[in-house]
Write a protein that binds this ligand. Structure first.
Ligand SMILES: Cc1cc2nc3c(=O)[nH]c(=O)nc-3n(C[C@H](O)[C@H](O)[C@H](O)COP(=O)(O)OP(=O)(O)OC[C@H]3O[C@@H](n4cnc5c(N)ncnc54)[C@H](O)[C@@H]3O)c2cc1C
Length: 821
């Protein structure tokens, strides 16, 4: 087997000859056999000439194990799941046929659930009374709101922050919840139509008009209704901006989060520009066309391959389900059958398989119970999920035979896939903290790949491609974003880059990010999942299933090609994708793709040869290397040992008193590591930006001339500081009282007594840090806290940068205004 040819774009070709990591996520595209290449490839994939048909034919579907769900994310702990919903949503037959799925089914299924719970009425029985009908309607609407992520009988944090009711917990709150659920359900029943406030009022009594207005405004601002890609939504007039001229938001990254935020901000009347390092939108969602042209012996084949995000993991309430409905995309339900094969190709005995799956779930259950019992102690001590599982396995003597161990290892690999991390890195306490919020319903593919969504989301959005952002500077008067030698100025910035990019420190934040955020970035995990995508001349594995699995003898290889996804019913061609998870995903990036192709073909031949099915050479193969991709440095986030769900919230916090915001899957505590989590985080931050911009528009406009007026002399301002202690004196931002608002601190060096120091140094820190400094005794301790805990350096007057200048200008304006009044 020869080495793969160089790739097609100059950037990719050059990366092959250098030891540095490849520049794009298509890390290797390889030709597995020495077939000549005949056509110029379409983009950065290598196209292989068709091979003569190696025989083999279509082949029978591998034997099916009965009614099993193997999914990327499983509900591990039945106690946390509304089991009644599961009962209804679970497919009834063990051997499911290929299903074209429609998100509308959500409403019907929920309706079934309600009917199921109440008295049955069949045939010509008495119709339900109007109060019973109403009660059922309210239940249906509540279930729809729940599927979208609202709690059943309380408010979300965002609703509390938006002051949707004057008093919490009373009748007004209960009424608000009913009204909110009604509007939400009404729009979800037909998301192709723009629901107006008047529509929302139609079935609500007029005395609740104020509640309808509040609920409607909340749902609209936060992107819970009237979002997406329906023509009625796109054509809707933009809202009035919070101030004139409209504030500008610079968005870093055109992934799902960045695109969703941009669309929503535009609809709220903002000006936006996205700066994207790559030459395409979508980030970790990338559908690539794989193809091989026809020759005299074989017909041409083509398939759409999702190199990153692929499965809609739970369709109920999923905003991607709404987009699919609006665009008229059918969804393909991933069938539950997933036969497993032993290393020698024999199918796993279905009885042993079911037994081991039960054992695996028991093990997880035991870990869950253990942590419930010792939860208080565990808050300060954490161990890895891998350690805990292995301890229980030994203690209970589970999975002792070699076949059982291999099977158990397969399930562990599946868990590593769900979390993109070896179990030895996952927090036992919090690894599944998002489970209660998991989207219900089936897992689905979108025929033709998720690129459809990306194209639609990116349409008419101002995106500057090839702009790699290296610095985000923020201050009281706005932001400056540096990319490829250019400086972009805006009122606010939204950073949506991956946690991997933040961990690598690819973007310098000036001033530095708060210590707490820096620590959360370090603590939270960002893991790896890789794929081998293979375009074959024909579908030799059979079209009856969507997944099959493969067991390995060596536990350290358990994640290598442990699961195969067949995309032949949705991609347009005979495409098979092998997953590489856990430790194997890390090793994978440092091994030649030629080796990968040899190994994966070996596995496939081991499975299919005993059935008399010949596995042909693939026509084109792509091996991803998401860990080396400089625009993501990994695949998706996970809760590492020592981390918790709180870290997602900290990552989501804005900095610089509402100047720099953060979105992306790793800022979404409830739906991390998913495409829908990224989308919802974009909507969330657009709403936050609008809230802050509205607040700011009530603050007087700065007199910018003042900034330059007396750049060096701060003494007269510090003659009357807002707060002083030891050698420290402080000036607060007069227009912001929040604990995160920026304060200007002056430290007198050379003499302990303020005012008689020979030298003054300065820094900008959040107000809450000023309070921490004031609380401790002695200037030396304060200086040490400043350097060590806050990571802040003292600088001369000129080193405060634009953020300092802005703050000084604001203080001057406020003081001048006070003098005048
Ligand atoms: C292999 C793989 C499989 C997955 N499978 C699934 C799945 O089946 N289902 C599912 O729901 N999710 C899946 N995911 C996760 C899902 O794809 C992500 O959660 C989601 O796409 C993240 O979107 P985002 O907008 O948060 O980040 P990104 O998509 O990473 O977007 C960030 C953007 O910022 C850009 N950028 C980075 N650095 C800079 C810079 N310095 N300057 C300018 N631009 C920059 C990037 O190029 C990118 O476009 C998978 C991910 C991977 C990698």
């Amino acid at each position: 087997m020869e080495e793969p040819d160089s790739r097609n774009t100059p950037a990719m070709a050059s990366s092959r000859n250098t030891p540095s990591p490849p520049p794009a996520e298509v890390a290797e595209t390889t030709r597995p056999v020495d077939a000549p290449r005949t056509n110029p490839p379409p983009d950065d994939s290598e196209t292989i000439a068709p091979l003569p048909d190696g025989g083999g034919g279509g082949g029978d579907p591998p034997p099916a194990a009965a009614g099993r769900k193997r999914r990327r994310r499983k509900k591990q702990f039945p106690g946390m799941v509304p089991t009644a919903c599961l009962r209804v949503l679970r497919p009834s037959s063990a051997r499911s046929a290929s299903v074209v799925y429609n998100e509308k089914l959500l409403d019907e299924l929920i309706q079934m659930q309600i009917n199921d719970a109440g008295p049955r009425r069949r045939g010509r029985g008495r119709p339900p009374s109007s109060s019973l009908r109403l009660a059922r309607e309210l239940d249906v609407e509540a279930l729809i709101a729940m599927a979208v992520g609202f709690p059943i009988d309380s408010l979300t944090e965002e609703e509390i922050e938006a002051n949707v009711v004057p008093v919490m917990g009373g009748v007004a709150q209960s009424n608000y919840i009913v009204v909110r659920n009604h509007i939400l359900a009404r729009w979800r029943s037909n998301p192709s139509v723009w629901v107006t406030e008047a529509h929302a009022m139609e079935s609500i009594r007029s005395e609740h008009r104020a509640l309808v207005s509040t609920a409607y405004a909340f749902l609209l601002d936060h992107g819970f209704i009237n979002f997406g890609l329906a023509s009625a939504v796109i054509a809707a007039p933009r809202r009035r901006p919070p101030s004139l001229p409209a504030p500008t938001v610079l968005i870093v990254g055109a992934g799902v989060a960045g695109l969703a935020a941009a669309r929503h901000l535009l609809s709220l009347g903002f000006k936006v520009a996205i700066l994207e390092g790559r030459g395409r939108p979508g980030g970790r969602v990338f559908t690539k066309k794989m193809e091989c042209c026809a020759s005299s012996t074989t017909p041409g084949v083509v398939a759409a391959a999702d190199l990153g995000g692929s499965v809609l993991t739970g369709i109920n309430g999923n905003p991607f389900g709404v987009l699919a409905r609006q665009l008229g995309f059918p969804l393909h339900k991933i069938r539950d059958l997933c036969p497993l094969y032993l290393p020698d190709g024999r199918p796993v005995d279905t009885v042993i398989d079911s037994h081991l799956e039960a054992t695996f779930n028991q093990l997880l259950d035991k870990v869950c119970k253990l942590r419930q019992a010792v939860i208080d102690e565990l808050r300060s001590v954490d161990v890895s999920l891998g350690t805990a599982l292995e301890a229980f396995r030994r203690a209970y003597g589970f999975a002792n035979s070699s076949e059982e161990r291999m099977l158990l290892n397969w399930h562990l690999a599946n868990l590593e896939y769900a979390n993109a991390a070896p179990l030895s890195d996952l927090s036992m306490v919090y690894w599944d903290q998002d489970d209660p919020y998991e989207m219900g319903g089936d897992h689905c593919f979108i025929p033709g790949g998720n690129g459809h969504f990306i194209r639609a989301l990116a349409e008419n959005i101002p995106i500057f491609y090839g702009r790699t952002v290296t610095r985000i500077q923020y201050g009281c008067d706005g932001v400056m974003v540096y990319a490829n030698g250019q400086v972009f100025r805006g009122d606010m910035a939204l950073c949506t880059v991956s946690l991997g990019v933040l961990k690598k420190g690819c973007i310098e934040f000036v001033p530095e990010l708060p210590q707490q955020k820096q620590e959360a970035i370090k603590r939270l995990g960002f893991g790896l999942l890789n794929k081998v995508l293979m375009l074959f001349p024909h579908d030799f594995w059979g079209g009856g299933i969507d997944t099959f699995g493969h067991l390995t003898e060596d536990p350290s290889d358990r994640g290598e090609f442990f699961l195969f996804y067949s995309y032949s019913s949705v991609s347009g061609g005979p495409l098979l994708v092998a997953l590489v998870a856990g430790e194997a995903a890390i090793k994978f990036e440092n091994t030649s793709p030629i080796k990968h192709v040899e190994r994966v073909l070996g596995v496939l031949r081991g499975i299919f040869a005993p059935k008399g099915i010949e596995v042909p050479e693939p026509l084109q193969v792509i091996c991803t290397r998401w860990g080396s991709d400089k625009f993501t440095y990994g695949s998706y986030s996970y809760v590492a040992v020592g981390s918790s769900g709180d870290d997602y919230d900290i990552l989501a916090e804005s900095v610089g008193d509402g100047r720099v915001f953060f979105a992306g899957e790793a800022t979404n505590r409830r739906y991390p590591a998913t495409m829908h989590g990224a989308l919802l985080s974009g909507f969330r931050e657009a709403a936050n930006i609008a809230r802050v911009a509205r607040r700011r528009s009530t603050i007087p406009v700065m007199d910018k001339v003042d900034v330059m007026e007396d750049p060096l002399n701060l003494d007269y301002l510090f003659q009357t500081p807002d707060f002083s202690f030891g050698s420290f004196s402080v000036l607060y931002d007069p227009y912001s009282s929040g604990s995160d608002s920026t304060s200007l601190v002056q430290v007198g060096i050379g003499d302990k007594n303020l005012g008689s120091a020979s030298l003054f140094l300065y820094c900008l820190i959040p107000k809450k840090n000023v309070m921490d400094l004031a609380e401790i005794a002695d200037d030396d301790n304060r200086l040490s806290m400043l350097y060590r805990s806050f990571g802040t350096k003292l600088v001369g007057r000129n080193g405060l940068g634009s953020a300092g200048e802005s703050l000084v200008a604001r203080i001057k304006v406020a003081r001048t205004a006070n003098l005048k009044t």
